[in-house]
Design a protein around this ligand. Structure first.
Ligand code: MOS
Length: 732
């Protein structure tokens, strides 16, 4: 039986539920000191006074690092910008404050309590200057970024006529959000002579290694980054933020290992978040319900020091059949921390706007919204002018609609009830690009019969340990318990960022290649080993099953490892690497899905519940039915949060996020999540890679906010175009 696709339990499950999986913040080293960040309290200006004497005298304090005494870095701390994940960071190199909650000092003490107490005694004086904090006021100065996630900023095909049989023009907004993985950012920095080891919570160990080496001006080989477990990332750990080099600088200054863990409020500002968007949509159709014009103009905020673009219009370029399409992305500069990728950057926010507009147009046309989408199914990617590698959207619509019983829906708004509750049923399409990058892996069979496979990838809680173990076991012909997959160390063969939903499609072919090469080496040894049951067999007649080797058609088998003891008693090793070819020049590769949501709305109080979500996805081949389903469930839950709860509230006077904690920044809890039925059209993508597996990390959130917004309209007749859909927006 194939292990590929099987619902194998997480191989790291026991470590996690027993609390023994070592996360970065758990690292404890001899003589380790604790660091605490001091953050700015103004949004723009200069530091005029920095009183550290009292803080430095407090018990246990080892150092108070500020712009006055910190390590002077090459290029003012900007030398690490642009290598993988290199951001524009503020690293105590000058007295300038660009945003509220910018790191301006680091206090290091013997204990965390001592560092926290001393951090409160650092007294800072500012010459504050006016900050730009009002999106609407700054919008007229919006500028075009160079790129929108590697794609052109603007696009245009055909010509949009102003006359249309039916047309929707509307503005949709999504708020500033902040990722809040259970594990906050955490770094332990340890210098041994010139060598730096970082235990860092990161989605990208090799990106962190490169960024830190360049930022500090030290050789890359002197930096090792270790991260065996990540307690959730969702994009915030895809870049190396200021606290990582600051931990390294502090550790150098006190000549001891230093641990720096961000406090929950510090997650709101200095380490990115989803930018606010304002999206202008125009969608037109002809009498046969075919789209004749689509315009999608996106404004999103960025910081004063760097451009980050939320590429919300990219999916609008390819998701539906339409000859006349215009899209644009513009950035609005605010005096806030630089935003970043947050789960399905672009598609999460963009599908809210586009899929809401399609629903609005369907009501205008008096046609079923699912049927309107079906009628505008694109035969090819009209933006790239390429055929799809595989696109099973219609299957997702059909299977999702059936499971949801969409046909039982009365299309009229406010027509369905359950007791005193208004019931609404809505749907939307989901999509996310299929990405892949170069990756490498190594494989070794030890003399005690363990297949050890290594790749410098990351485990974000997604299942990398498990699916790579399955894949290695399957490729080798070994049982799962004879395989150990190791990741999260920059000494291992390099793998890409665990972002852009690309880890599986990138790392799986490398693991497969390394293990297949190892298997060939083992077979060659066995064929030349007189005592082996495979002795003298043509190599293609040698079988390894359940760890035992033999010759096809013959009964005799022995443990595959037995050959090693008779042929030099050495482990066997192999390397493998894989990279995408030019398939992306020939095919447009995306994952797809359809999301159906039921809401129940209290007509007096406006409270919205989501008792039911049904979703079907075309993600290519799923390598593990259990962890894959969990990923998609998690994305949908995050989509429920995006639809109904998540919002970072910016104080437009001071530039501080006022709800910078999990009591007031709301995310769904178990009580907020009803039944979720997730399924996949399990069909390998013939072009992405040999396994046919596209990524599944991000598509789950896409479409969910629109499906819920559309359901809320169906329930109440109120069209909410501004996320999150809180009850006040229904009490109109
Ligand atoms: Mo994902 S937002 O690319 O980590």
């Amino acid at each position: 039986m194939s292990l590929i696709g099987a619902p194998v339990d997480r191989v790291d499950g026991r470590l996690k539920v027993t609390g023994t999986a070592p996360y970065s913040g758990d690292v404890d080293l001899p003589r380790m000191a604790h660091a605490v960040l001091v953050l700015s309290t103004v949004a723009n200006g200069r530091i005029t006074t920095m009183e550290t004497t009292d803080a430095a005298r407090m018990p246990g304090v080892l150092a108070v690092m500020t712009h006055l005494n910190a390590w002077k870095l090459p290029q003012g701390g900007r030398a690490g910008v642009n290598p993988p994940a290199g951001r524009v960071l503020t690293l105590l190199q000058d007295d300038v404050v660009h945003f509220n909650r910018q790191p301006i000092a680091v206090v290091v003490a013997e204990t965390l309590d001592q560092a926290e107490a001393a951090a409160r005694e650092v007294k800072v004086g500012y010459a504050a200057e006016p900050a730009i904090l009002k999106f609407a006021e700054a919008k007229p100065n919006a500028h075009a970024p160079e790129k929108a996630n590697q794609e052109p900023t603007d696009s245009e095909r055909g010509h949009i006529s102003e006359d249309a049989f039916a047309k929707i023009e509307a503005v949709y907004t999504t708020p500033m959000e902040h990722h809040n993985p259970m594990e906050p950012h955490a770094t332990v920095a340890h210098w041994q002579g010139e060598k730096l080891t970082l235990y860092d919570a990161t989605q990208y160990i090799s990106g962190c290694q490169t960024t830190i080496a360049k930022t500090l001006g030290i050789p890359k080989d002197d930096v090792r980054v270790v991260c065996p477990y990540v307690g959730g990332g969702f994009g915030c750990k895809g870049s190396t933020w200021a606290h990582v080099p600051l931990a390294a600088m502090a550790a150098r200054q006190v000549a001891r290992p230093v641990k720096l863990v961000l406090e929950r409020p510090q997650m709101f500002g200095p380490v990115g978040g989803r930018p606010r968007t304002e999206q202008h949509l125009m969608l037109a159709a002809d009498p046969s319900h075919r789209f004749t014009g689509t315009r999608h103009d996106v404004f999103s905020h960025t910081s004063m020091i760097e451009d980050f673009t939320e590429p919300s219009a990219l999916q609008t370029r390819m998701q539906y059949d339409c000859a006349n399409v215009q899209t644009s992305h513009r950035l609005v500069r605010l005096s806030v921390g630089t935003p970043t990728f947050q789960r399905a950057p672009g598609e999460a926010t963009g599908t809210f706007a586009l899929e809401s507009a399609i629903d609005e147009l369907a009501y205008r046309l008096k046609i079923d919204p699912l049927e309107l989408r079906r009628r505008n199914e694109p035969p090819i990617d009209q933006d790239k002018q390429l055929p799809w590698s595989s696109r099973k959207v219609l299957e997702c619509y059909e299977q999702g609609a059936k499971a949801f019983e969409w046909s039982a829906r009365n299309p009229a708004p406010r027509s369905m009830t359950a007791g005193r509750m208004q019931v609404g049923l809505g749907m939307a399409s989901a999509t996310y690009p299929a990405n892949r990058s170069a990756a490498a892996a190594s494989a070794r069979l030890t003399t005690d019969g363990i297949l050890v496979v290594r790749s410098g990838t990351q485990e974000l809680g997604t299942g990398m340990y498990t699916i790579m173990t399955q894949l290695a076991a399957q490729t080798m012909g070994f049982p799962l318990d004879r395989v150990r997959f190791e990741l999260g160390d920059s000494l291992f063969p390099q793998a890409p960022v665990s972002g852009g939903s690309q880890s599986t499609a990138s790392v799986a072919p490398a693991v497969q290649s390394a293990v297949a090469e190892l298997r060939r080496k083992l077979v060659t040894l066995a064929v030349g080993d007189q005592a082996s049951p495979a002795f003298g067999a043509p190599e293609d007649q040698v079988v390894i099953e359940d760890g035992a080797i033999g010759r096809r058609g013959e009964q005799r088998r022995e443990p595959a490892v037995a050959t090693l003891a008779r042929t030099g008693n050495q482990s066997v090793e192999a390397e493998g690497a894989a990279k995408p070819g030019d398939e992306k020049k020939q095919y447009s590769m995306h994952s797809f899905g359809a999301v159906f949501a039921e809401v129940q709305v209290d007509p007096e109080l406006g409270i919205i519940r989501v008792p039911r979500v049904v979703a079907r996805y075309d993600v290519g081949r799923l390598l593990n039915a259990k962890t894959g389903r969990s990923q998609l469930l998690g994305g949908i839950v995050m989509g429920i949060g995006m639809a109904l709860m998540e919002e970072s509230v910016l104080d437009e006077r001071y530039g501080r996020i006022v709800n910078a904690n999990l009591a007031e920044y709301h995310v769904p809890t178990n009580a907020d999540v009803g039944m979720i039925d997730v399924g996949v059209v399990d069909d390998a993508d013939p072009y992405i890679d040999a396994l046919g597996a596209r990524g599944i990390g991000e598509i789950g959130i896409t479409g969910v906010a629109a499906a819920i917004a559309n359901a809320v309209y169906h329930a109440t007749g109120v069209r909410v175009r501004d996320l999150p859909i809180t009850l006040d927006k229904l009490l109109v």
